[in-house]
Design a protein around this ligand. Sequence first.
Ligand SMILES: *[C@@H]1O[C@H](CO)[C@@H](O)[C@H](O)[C@H]1NC(C)=O
Ligand SMILES: *[C@@H]1O[C@H](CO)[C@@H](O)[C@H](O)[C@H]1NC(C)=O
Ligand SMILES: *[C@@H]1O[C@H](CO)[C@@H](O)[C@H](O)[C@H]1NC(C)=O
Length: 456
Amino acid sequence: MGVFIRFAVVTVSFLLAVLLQNYRLLSRSLPAPKLNDTEYWGPGNGVNYQEDSAVKTFDIKVKPELIAGLKTQLSRPLNLHAPLEGIGFQYGFNTKELQNIVTYWLETYLRNWDKREAYLSQFPHFETQIQGLRIHYIHVKPQIAEGKTVLPLLLLHGWPGSVREFYDIIPLLTSPNEESEYIFEVIAPSLPGFGWSQGASKIGFGPAQIAVVLRNLMQRIGLDRFLVQGGDWGSVIGSNMAALFPQNVLAYHSNWCISLSPLALVTKTLCALFPRLYLDSEQREFFRSFSDEKSYLLEETGYVHLQATKPDTIGTVLSYNPIGLAAYILEKFSTWTNPEYRKLSDGGLTKNYTLDSLLDNVMIYYITNSITTSQRIYAEAFSKTQTDLDRVHIQIPTACARFKWDLTHATDAELKHKYKNLTQSTFYKDGGHFPALEVPQTLFKDFIEFVKKVAL
Ligand SMILES: *[C@@H]1O[C@H](CO)[C@@H](O)[C@H](O)[C@H]1NC(C)=O
Ligand SMILES: *[C@@H]1O[C@H](CO)[C@@H](O)[C@H](O)[C@H]1NC(C)=O
Ligand SMILES: *[C@@H]1O[C@H](CO)[C@@H](O)[C@H](O)[C@H]1NC(C)=O
């Protein structure tokens, strides 16, 4: 017995020591990886590449032939399979609803295309060349207002979104408001490979490398210190920018905050198993149980696997196939706005958005033929550089705004493994994955409250 106890004590102490040592190693910040900030991503070997550093105004005007071709495609008989009886969006985009969308698209939306084009052109658009890529962005300078502090702000969208998500929040950010002394100079780029920004011609261009390109973009514009706000991939890229360039990023605000370090994942599991230890009763309503979360993610993230492994095949299926493209993109605007909308035959699409705003977003992918290049980000995100970046601590002030019906949420406990100054953490009982488009006022107020706390 004595021998057994001694053996047990030694074993347990040994295990504790190993655990403690691992915890120490895992909780330490990794140094930020060094990325090549002049790396060339355009076609060919780039030996004769001379970067054209001019900033040029950019006209989004679409060739009339492209619109005429789209009309022809949308006029053809659809020949879709009828959805199962009584079904909503549980099997994917409901084809009866798709027929309605196509009719509206052809007979109302495209008939007024001139107006939509004028709407999309309302902000100043620019392009410039960075690391071999044409980068498009919207740049809105604030209305001059005395007694206001002007701060540069980089707004980052994700997939399957676009700069269109920001059309309602840009005016809030750039006009004087009663909320605060702050007013913003907004830069909203199309992410490289999305919309009007060129995608890379070489493998390895993921959210870490995009962070480098976008920092270069801000410096090209002459903005060395700026705030970053992002959701979806925009949030990952913004977080990478905060990790790689803390000297440039003043503060980081995310509406889809995640932390993927090993310790954060352990904490995530603990939070799911013992939510009462980490969350108050109101916050608990934002989180599914461990097993529900697992089934939900299995049901809803098939697209990630597909795009991370064969982005070009699914891209081919969708390229210049407007009906498939609309179904593929808008299915996400249904489920990610509220998972309950899967039960509705129309996917609840117009509950929180106008059909025009949704079709604007689909049009941006269509007219630029960017669905394939936009999907490649999934294939490039699972890299060593990115997993290292996930373990770099971020010291600059960070805010996390959660909207109830978003895909997933992270607890503060998880986030704090990475974000060492989580200055603001909020839970909104409504809204989903696209708050800039859905609840611009709420997102704006949350952002302003954060900026006031950071007091720049
Ligand atoms: C950075 O990229 C440029 C262009 O691709 C290349 O010429 C240069 O050698 C790279 N620098 C390093 C340190 O790898
Ligand atoms: C979305 O629409 C539904 C139905 O009209 C409404 O109950 C909900 O509050 C809306 N969500 C937001 C964030 O406005
Ligand atoms: C975190 O950020 C806030 C707001 O900028 C600042 O007041 C505070 O000193 C920071 N805390 C740390 C530990 O850096």
